[in-house]
Design a protein around this ligand. Sequence first.
Ligand code: GLC
Length: 635
Amino acid sequence: MEQNITDQELQKKAETLLKKMTLDQKIGQMTQTERMSITPAEVKEFHIGSVLSGGGSCPGENRPKDWVDMNDAYWAASMEADENHLAIPLIYGVDAIHGHNNVIGATIFPHNIGLGAANDPELLERIAKVTAREILATGVEWTFAPTLAVARNNQWGRTYESYSEDPEIVQSYAGRFVKGLQGDMGVDSVVGCVKHWVGDGGTTYGIDQGDTRGNDEELSRIHIAPYYPALAEGVLTVMASFNSWNGDKCHGHRYLLTDVLKNELEFEGFIISDWDGIDYLSESYYEAVGWSTNAGIDMFMVSDKWREFIAHLKSHVQNGTVPIERIDDAVRRILYVKLKYGLFEKPRPADRYWSNHDSFGSKEHREVARESVRKSLVLLKNENDILPLKKNARILVAGKNADDCGHQCGGFTVAWQGVSDSKTIGREFIESGVSFDYGSANAAVQKGTIEGGTSIWEGIKAVAPNAVLNLDGSVADSDEHDVGIVVVGETPYAEGLGDIRAGDNTIVEMGSMIKGLMKVLAPYGHSLILNELHPEDLRAIKNITDKGIPVVVVLVSGRTLIIEKELEASSAFVAAWLPGSEGQGVSDVLFGDSDFQGKLSFTWQKKVGENFLRGDEHYEPLFPYGYGLSYNKQV
Ligand code: GLC
């Protein structure tokens, strides 16, 4: 940031620059494209304002240096002034939503659902600071985080990106996380982006990109409330949401984008669309471009059809269907954000202080993530105080999620849909010949590498010398094993591919009901019943309990599930959510080095079809919001 310069002076600088810009340069600034669809030379030729990495879109070997070199080339091209091109620095955006999760070797934090259970705003600010450092190590300036969704139905495939079903915890985190990212706009800062505006977590049946219905009071109290502290903290960008509000798409919603966010809440930064989010406004792309621009979108994430976008927007201005004043407002906001962030004064990415810094994925950073894991765990059952376990106990560790850092990280990790990074499955089943039936949900998960972390098994093995691993529990023997730890749950997914669809909602539409624009996605499953989604889990538990050996179940999942059978079969039950790369945080608590502190930030439903939420008059869940046991009974 330009030191000690007032906002008024920044606005004046923006105005001065705006006056020098041609229509092509203005529209270029409003365009964000995906890295795979544009070269540095085209960034200069078309005056592009921003480039992004979609989930899992990674340069070269996907190491910090590859990212720095990539953005350095884009940034340099954007700054190569000539008679046709004004030097306005490009800003690079990425989904660093639980650490810099695309990049191999990054510190991967628990997804938001686990952080909600920690209920620790000060921790969230530290997580944001570490994440900002790791983003800067790759020469990137902007993350599309934090998500402020208040997820009201855990059939939604993005439930894990939400801190809570209730706005209270989300509100307490929003400002702190933005502060951790943006800080004083100095050399340690990145630009934040709160999303998705607005009501993304409230759609009917939890359909991703579906329709959120209700009255203005409910929208404000539940879904807008978390944005107030973020706006007060000066968050510089807001991402529009795919969902509709009472049938009207947010990407074309002038009242929500302009009247409420920009005018009533006095937001001075810029609004970016979501990934091709304007497409679903109309079967005519030309109409969609004009509609969304006039509604208040300022920068357009148009993935690969940016040439078409630019041509349409230019036609709208020339036809008078988009007034130049609207274009100027959008560009003024974008320039203000880049000036406020000090982007004009920064050296090129390759020459910046944090670029390629060796703190990326460092032990110090990972300790913050390990602490986050410990604080996120929720103890739901502890029969006969079987926990904490003794470190010299003869422990049989089983379950498909016991030794797979990919599964414990979940979606938006290395790949958009996440990865499977089992260090055991291949070797284990070649030797034992046991065929491991993951169930259908796992079939889609690609192989990947989560470097630098520890699986839950590795964390256990590090402190319990008599622990052995056998994923399906078939070697259980009461003469050899005192207790089982079975790590079960979901395999990675992201967005609509994580939706659960029952009955006639078996098809998830990406975006809209508009015919021809509907991309059909197979859902993750058709019920929230764990034993239906993943029958292999109860089999592994029973393989051990049938031999008279008590079992501690650890559930790795992006949401609460219907766990009646698994809970009944267990002696103890721990919700670990999606803990990220530092699986050893789980063993820290299982063996009593730390106590449980996590409390549910989501209601745990008992039966299929129930959706009790905090504050409901009639409220009879399996475990209520705020529930969580601990070793120290007083807590
Ligand atoms: C996705 C998500 C959004 C993300 C964007 C860029 O579709 O909805 O959260 O920031 O595209 O990857």
